[in-house]
Ligand binder design. Sequence first.
Ligand SMILES: O=C[C@H](O)[C@H](O)[C@H](O)COP(=O)(O)O
Length: 229
Amino acid sequence: MSASEYKRQAAEFAAEMVEDGMVVGLGTGSTAAFVVEALGRRHKEGLRFVAIPTSLATEKQALGVGIPLTTFGEHARVNLTIDGADEIQRGTLNLIKGLGGALLREKIVAASSDRLVIVADETKLVDHLGMKTLLPVEVTSFGWESTARQIERLGAQASPRRNREGAFFVSDGGNLILDCRFPVISDAGRLEQDIRSIVGVVESGLFVGMGTDAIVAGGEGIAHLTVGA
Ligand SMILES: O=C[C@H](O)[C@H](O)[C@H](O)COP(=O)(O)O
């Protein structure tokens, strides 16, 4: 079975966790897109919920499948957010997110969620964060070179993300993304604090202590992981 099929399986499983009356956070990326598709179907079947999307792309998809959207002006808390991730650390469920560029809105929604359920295929599970992917850090465009130098003092190589045309990638928030190559991350909480203390950093793609559940699909079936398990 392909990675895409595993992503769909995890997404379908997680979409069943949404209950009538919930405020739901809708994640971003190829796995979260399967969740939006499944929730659009459940909405058509009669499930009543409202949702807050984590990106313009997800907003467009959600509207396209008829999911009613809401805002933090109307709802202070989100009951359940379902999102993808680039790496999931076994045991802690600490995450690296943002390879799709949506980390800031994703983190705002995650921080206001009672439960953050991550959906993924099994290739995303790692023993230590930073083993497979770069760490995206969203920074203001003004002075990004200076911000990148400060991040490099923490032991990383930091490069601005570019689009296919070679221009800087600009996030939904109008910022740049620095893709940072760190040696394997042994203390994610400490690194997160160190990065966030740098002037010019808007947010990092390290999500520490936020994930409550992970639905991971692979060759051996679907696993529902919780922190510590
Ligand atoms: O910015 C993108 C998000 O953090 C995604 O949730 C993450 O990159 C995982 O995306 P995918 O499900 O496409 O692998």
